[in-house]
Design a protein around this ligand. Structure first.
Ligand code: TYD
Ligand code: MG
Length: 456
């Protein structure tokens, strides 16, 4: 009698394993995320830390005697990309580039490969999704490839390992991890166990052979394909490439980085000949901003070390339902509800009869408390149908009692706006007391009930 194959259940969001099916993952709380998969072969379960252990057994060292080597980095020259990586590509690192399908991950990495190849770095680009001819077609759109790079269309990791050991490239791109498989694992490509084990093999390959490996991972909302979240803990650096499908604007964000800060973002624009760096995102974000319209407010947010000016738009109108509709794009929806509750209670507005829509124009996603004041001003401006004075921008956090609290890096925000010709700044009083600005008139506020008089 054939023995029944053993199976286990995995959460396809976070990779948690369970012996039986569960409606909700106990670890990441995702609903209906458990998928059944065959148990991975024993051999495949080798611990990942083997990478460093294979040569000799590690011994404890004294902290004072540990030698520091400076990470050797390859600087690509694409500033937006280098900055996100913490100053260039670190040797023998494993980098995960995640993002929605079609956002431009393959394009970004191919462009980086082109620059690396020009610098004399040996590059191997392995695609499991596209044929070599398709990659060539894409490469032709991107411009001249001065020096050659190696291309391969392959999905078997065992073959890839052999080729990498034979060709000894400096940089390898694996596009995408969801198409790769190891023969000793019976689960299908894209399943949690395949994705996890192939990444484990790539990690050993990166550390063992001293190659830098970029792994592309698609973020998937549905289906049985495991998302990049499953791998985040295994790799050195996790970058997410995000953006709105309706706009050409793309943000590369470091979510985890063993070799640099995680707050940095790189800004790109998708054009017909590939991705272009956006060196001054503020100007880009503010192109086409309406002047003197109620509901439109300019704010200065800080991404990493970099101030970016953005437009917040709000629309407040009377609801025709019992339960008012509230939607947001680019900002946390719960924050909007909270701020509207504060406005209702502390400013005496009848917002419970209003539908409210709040957007960050331009397709950027922001999650910063300094956006509270601009959101409240945009809602108030739309509610009262009065615009803010021209050439005004604002930032500040709002507490539950309606107080306006100070925010960090206020000086950078003001100086960015100064360069773009702004004249008035509405900001927390505590910040206003410290900052000095020649060309911008600072208007300090300490409570939300001071805001109504600032509108025209
Ligand atoms: P792609 O890099 O294939 O996305 P991913 O690898 O993340 O799935 O990008 C595909 C999109 O980018 C596709 O809609 C076409 C567009 N694109 C351009 O607009 N300009 C270009 O030069 C290239 C190569 C692609
Ligand atoms: Mg792709």
């Amino acid at each position: 009698m054939a023995t029944k194959q053993k199976t286990v259940f995995f959460c396809k969001e976070c990779g948690t394993e369970s012996a039986k099916w569960l409606g909700q993952c106990p670890s990441c709380r995702a609903w209906d995320s458990m998928v059944e998969e065959p148990v991975a072969a024993k051999k495949a379960k080798a611990p990942i830390s083997e990478a460093g252990r294979s040569v000799r057994r590690a011994m404890p060292e004294k902290l004072s005697e540990v030698q520091i080597h400076n990470d050797s980095r390859i600087v690509t020259g694409v500033d937006e990309f280098d900055r996100v990586l913490g100053g260039g590509i670190v040797d023998a690192s494993l980098v995960l580039v995640g993002g929605d399908p079609g956002i431009g991950k393959s394009t970004l990495l191919l462009q980086v490969c082109r620059i690396l190849a020009d610098k004399g770095v040996s590059v191997l680009y392995i695609s499991g999704e596209e044929s070599v001819q398709q990659i060539k077609l894409r490469a032709d759109r991107l411009g001249d490839f001065g020096r050659d790079m190696l291309l391969m269309s392959e999905t078997s990791l065992d073959n890839i390992e052999e080729i990498v050991i034979e060709k000894k490239p400096d940089v390898v791109v694996i596009d995408s991890i969801q198409t790769m498989y190891r023969e000793d694992i019976s689960a299908s490509p894209g399943s949690v166990s395949q994705v996890r084990e192939t990444t484990g093999s790539l990690l050993r390959l990166a550390k063992g052979q001293g190659v830098t490996i970029f792994i592309v991972g698609h973020v998937t909302k549905e289906g049985v394909v495991a998302g990049p979240r499953v791998l985040e803990h295994m790799v050195d650096t996790v970058l997410y490439f995000e953006g709105d499908n309706s706009s050409d604007y793309r943000v590369l964000r470091a979510v985890k980085n063993r070799f640099g800060s995680t707050n940095e973002v790189g800004v790109f624009e998708m054009c017909s000949d590939g991705l272009h760096e956006v060196r001054n995102p503020s100007e880009y974000m503010l192109a086409g901003t309406p002047v003197g319209e109620p509901g439109s407010v300019i704010t200065a947010t800080v991404e990493g070390t970099r101030p970016i000016l953005l437009e917040i738009q709000a629309l407040c109108c009377q609801t025709s339902f019992n339960l008012p509709r509230r939607t947001s794009v680019g900002i946390d929806f719960n924050r909007i509800n909270l701020l509207m509750a504060v406005m209702e209670k502390r400013m005496g507005l009848k917002l419970s009869f209003c539908d409210a829509y709040v957007n960050v124009a331009g397709g950027m996603k922001v999650n910063e408390p300094a956006l509270d004041l601009p959101i409240v001003l945009a809602l108030l401006s739309s509610y009262t149908n009065k615009p803010l004075p021209e050439k005004t921008f604002c930032f500040g956090e709002i507490g539950l009692t309606g107080e306006v609290r100070g925010v960090s890096q206020a000086e950078q925000r003001v100086s960015e706006a100064e360069q773009l010709g702004y004249e008035y700044c509405i900001l927390p009083k505590v910040n206003a007391k410290i900052i000095k600005s020649k060309s911008i008139k600072l208007i300090g506020v300490s409570h939300v009930n001071e805001l109504s008089r600032l509108l025209k």
